[in-house]
Design a protein around this ligand. Structure first.
Ligand code: SAM
Length: 251
């Protein structure tokens, strides 16, 4: 089995059912599943939906899935790399999957870049990334990913999953995380994400030092110049970006 594709199959039925129920509730019209593998989660998702589109990179698993679900008209599988796949091509959908851990962050960012037709994602990911996604200011794990996710979504921990729930077991524990898109993303999101990236460029440095190369003297005059990015809440980042944009428009 090509381990490099992050192939650790979930074998605990209660966890699979919990993932499916969290992603779909009683029923959703359409689900997109990332990395269906041998179909363990797929089997739990299908009763909750009219239409399931799975994206799987391993050709041998795609053949196996086609055989396995040949009789089920709700099931569709596409052979390909999820990062190269347009997840919006089938229309509004709930997105889910037991993710290949080597690309967890790019998959989360791919979900964030979708629009409001994609309200919910439930992903199983390595515990370390789940902590980064879920953490708030003044904690070790709070960084660019935390702020980028929380600007766009409400995030919640569904459950922690021990490595023994997988075959073969991965080297790390995992967690299922639910992403619920907020009603309105900040209008100036690209500028905000740029600012957040610059602010966290060197985590131990103050905002003054991280931002001076981009905003010159204005960075020194910020009331929060002496703080580090990890001390700023989501709302404080939004406010900081608004003030910097106002200054720029006056220059
Ligand atoms: N969902 C299955 C389960 O829970 O048992 C398998 C999960 S396994 C952690 C990750 C799956 O993603 C594997 O089937 C792997 O082949 C697939 N995969 C890896 N890289 C991928 C990629 N770039 N695009 C799509 N699928 C990928």
């Amino acid at each position: 089995m090509p381990r490099k594709l992050g192939q650790h199959f979930l074998v605990e039925e209660p966890i699979l059912e919990r993932l499916a129920a969290t992603a779909c509730g009683a029923h959703v019209p359409r689900v997109v599943e990332i990395g269906p593998g041998r179909g363990a989660l797929t089997r739990h998702l299908l009763p909750h939906t009219d239409e399931l589109h799975a994206v799987e990179l391993d050709a041998s698993l795609v053949h196996r899935l086609k055989r396995e679900f040949a009789e089920d008209s709700r099931f569709h599988v596409q052979h390909g790399d999820v990062l190269e796949t347009d997840l919006a091509q089938w229309g509004p959908a709930t997105i889910t999957g037991n993710l290949p851990y080597y690309i967890t962050s790019p998959i989360i960012e791919k979900f964030l870049a979708l629009d409001e037709r994609f309200q919910t994602a439930v992903f199983l990911m390595q515990w370390e990334v789940a902590q980064r996604v879920l953490s708030g200011p003044n904690s070790r794990d709070y960084g660019y990913l935390s702020v980028a996710v929380q600007l766009i979504c409400e995030v919640s921990l569904v459950c922690k999953v021990a490595r023994g729930a997988f075959s073969p077991p991965p080297k790390v524990d995992s967690a299922a995380v639910k992403f619920a898109r907020k009603r309105a993303a900040p209008a100036n999101l690209p500028a905000l994400l740029t600012l957040v990236g610059r602010s966290f460029a060197q985590k131990r440095k103050t905002l003054r030092n991280n931002l001076r190369p981009f905003y010159g003297d204005a960075a020194d005059k910020l009331p929060e110049a002496g703080l580090r990015a990890e001390q700023l809440s989501i709302e404080q980042f939004i406010d900081l970006e608004r003030r910097l944009a106002q200054r720029a428009s006056l220059d």
